[in-house]
Structure formats: C-alpha cells, structure tokens
Design a protein around this ligand. Structure first.
Ligand SMILES: [Zn+2]
Length: 415
C-alpha cells in the first residue's frame, strides 16, 4: 500500500491542466498531434517534470520517452507505467495524458518520500498512439514490441507528404536508444479513460481491464449493373439494394453473437462508396467496410461466417456478385491475471467500486501485452465522450485511477 506516500490528486490535476494549455483549443480540448511543434513543447515539459524528481531519460529511435528510477535490486526487470501525450486534432485533455501523468505523480511521491522500490520503475510516453497524423496508430509501442518494422514507421508520411522520421528529427526528439529494449520490461501498467459509458452508467469508480477484444475487418464489394432510375424495377441488378440488407445484417449478427459470459459482438460499417454515385442511376457497384469485434474469438469467427453466408444468400437472390474479403485481424489479447489481481486488491483496499471489463479499443498496452505481462485500468469519462474536445472526467475519478495504479505498481515492484 502507498497510504504513507504523499500521492496528490490535486497535484496530478494541476499538471493535467498545465500540459493541456499546450495545444489548447477554443472548445476546451487539445490539439497536440504527434511530432508537431506542440508535441515537442509537451515533451519538453514532461522531460522537465521527470528530471525534477531525479528520473533519467532515454529517448529511442522512434521517439518513445523512457524515464527510469533505479530499484534496490538492479537485477530485477523494471515495472513500467505508460501511455501517450499526443492527441487527436480535436482531442480532449485526458486521453493518454492521464496515464502518463498518473505515473509521474507516483514518481513525484516516491521522490518526496525518499522511498525505494525493489524493482526499477519506468515511465513511458509512447510516440504517436493516436495515428491521426501518421497512420497506423500505436506506432511507438508497435515498433518497440517488434510488431511494426522500425524502418516502415520512420518512412510513414502524413497528408502533406512529410516523413515520420524527418519530423521526429526536426522537432529534436529522435534518440539513439533501441526501442526493442522495452521488450525486457517485467510488467506494464496503463491507466486510461474508458472512452465508453459502462463505468459511469453503472456508477463505478474503476474498471480492471482483463483483455482486449479480437477484431476482424472486412471489405465488401457488391457488383451488379448500372440501370437508369427510370428503368423498370423487374430485372434490375441493383448493388445498393443488395448492400443495404447486408449492412443491416452486420448489426443483427453482432447483437446475436452472445458469448458464454453474456458479451455481445460489435459490428460497424463506417465507409461506403457507391458507383457511379448519380441520383438517377441504380448503382452497379457498392464498396463498404465492416469492423467486427468480440471478446470471444470463437464468436468473432462465427460472426464472420454469418456475414459471408448472408452475403451469399443475398447475392443469389438478387443476381449480383458479393465478395467479402478478409482485410485485417487482431487476435484477442489477454492481460496478465496477476497484475489484474494487484489492481483489484488495491481498488478494494481503497474502498472503490470496480468491475472487470474488456477494452474494445486499441491501446499501447494491447501491443505491449504481446511481449510483456501487462494490464490496463479504466476510469470513467462523462457520457463516454472521447476523441472530442468536450471529453471530461472528474478530479475524483482521476485521483482514484492514480491511487490504485500507484498501489498496484508498487505491489508488483516490491513483491
Ligand atoms: Zn489513448
């Protein structure tokens, strides 16, 4: 327990508000996109805060900032805390930032108390978690964990054609450390806002994240034949009228995919392209994306099979061709049960109300978990609003998350 450490929710909140001024938007949010001048300013402030409490900083070749605090036993693998300081273009003040600064608060309290831990502690700001300026997201953790190739990350370009590596050097944050060294961490903790409304709706203070949902993305191409809007209905091969029931089926299939634990699937059609896109032409071609997610890999596979079966039935009935192409898959990622137990013990000891839950959203922890025992902790956010300037949390929620994170990290580092 850290009851005797001078952990301060007020100091955490002041720091959240201070860094939010860098890239502050008119509507109260934050625009501090990765590898911009504002990102550099945010990084410099974080470096100053870390150095003020005696942490030593290493920056790796993809710009991940890694602070280390030595432990009593240098042979032990470090226990790490991390998240990200970059934001969406119309982002909020807490997505990512809370997890980094909550870790900083633990470092400040340990420094003030002159306290030591058995294992070394590490505090990480991952580069480009958001993927808004440079796709894909979670590049810093992906490169560190060997999931994304470092050279490919450095070569990615933004919409203006500027390369990730050039921008990293321009803002002065390309270091020399090997990002893959982070695969040797002993444990990784990430506190994050929920970006959903389960915790708030259930009146809970915290969520212990046990796993990340498996995801399968598809591309669907419906091919029929263009027909004049004035032509008879009989005999048309209208790609849109075939796509529409298949799109509706995505929702139906997701809701029907109930696992043994009572979880349903998630199904989203986010992009639709219609050709030739003329008001008076029954379209001959429709392309759309499908994003499916489930905590149970078997249920996710069944959802994919159901979508493909539905497509075949519609195609036969309407005389069109429907291809459902596998586009991308991410496996279900379990988090570490022992680290989750540390979080539950800490939350219960502090008297907070909490539950276990999955994350349906990608986070650095999901990549880190493939190489290092990892876990996440969620705190509520108002209305589930995130990637939005109006994103907000209460100081009490931030404090609860920080205290439980700190207790669990110390339990892991001292056990
Ligand atoms: Zn985030």
């Amino acid at each position: 327990m850290t009851m005797n450490l001078p952990l301060s929710g007020a100091r955490l909140w002041d720091s959240l508000m201070e860094i939010a001024r860098i890239g502050a938007t008119a509507k109260g949010g934050c625009n501090r996109q990765t590898l911009t001048d504002l990102d550099a300013e945010g990084r410099a402030l974080f470096r100053r805060w870390g150095e003020e409490v005696g942490l030593s900083l290493a920056v790796d070749r993809v710009g991940n900032m890694v602070f280390t605090r030595p432990g009593r036993d240098p042979a032990r693998k470090p226990v790490a805390i991390g998240s990200h300081l970059d934001t969406q273009p119309t982002g909020g003040k807490f997505d990512g930032v809370l997890g980094v600064l909550a870790g900083l608060e633990l470092m400040r309290a340990l420094h003030e108390a002159g306290a030591e831990t058995e294992a070394p502690l590490v505090l990480i700001n991952w580069t480009n978690e958001e993927g808004a300026r440079f796709a894909p997201p979670m590049m810093g953790s992906g490169a560190a964990m060997g999931i994304l190739a470092e050279a490919e990350v450095l070569a990615r370009r933004d919409a203006d054609g500027r390369a990730f590596g050039e921008e990293l050097r321009r803002i002065g944050w390309q270091g020399t450390a090997d990002p893959a060294a982070l695969q040797n961490l002993g444990a990784y903790f990430e506190l994050h806002i929920e970006q959903g409304r389960v915790l708030e709706d259930e009146g809970l203070d915290l969520g212990v994240v046990t796993h990340a949902l498996a995801q399968s993305w598809y591309e669907v191409i419906v091919t029929g034949e263009d027909a004049h809007g004035g032509s008879r209905m009989a005999g048309r091969r209208d790609a849109m009228m075939a796509a529409a029931p298949l799109i509706a089926a995505v929702e139906e299939i997701a809701l029907a995919a109930v696992s043994a634990t009572g979880e349903t699937g998630r199904g989203t059609v986010g992009v639709v392209d219609v050709q030739p896109a003329s008001r008076n032409v029954a379209p001959g071609r429709v392309w759309f994306s499908i994003d499916t997610r489930h905590g149970d890999p078997g249920c996710l596979a069944a959802m994919g099979a159901a979508i493909k079966a539905r497509a075949a039935g519609i195609a036969a009935r309407r005389g069109v061709d429907i291809e459902v192409l596998d586009f991308w898959h991410a496996p279900m990622t379990p988090f570490d049960p022992a680290l989750a137990a540390h979080l539950r013990t800490a939350a219960a000891a502090r008297g907070y109300r909490f539950r276990d839950m999955p994350t349906a959203i990608g986070h650095d922890a999901v990549y880190v978990a493939r190489r290092v025992p990892s876990v996440m902790l969620f705190c509520p956010c108002h209305g589930g609003l995130s990637h939005n300037e109006a994103e907000s949390i209460s100081p009490e929620w931030a404090t609860a998350g920080m205290l439980v994170l700190a207790d669990a990290v110390l339990a892991a580092a001292n056990s």
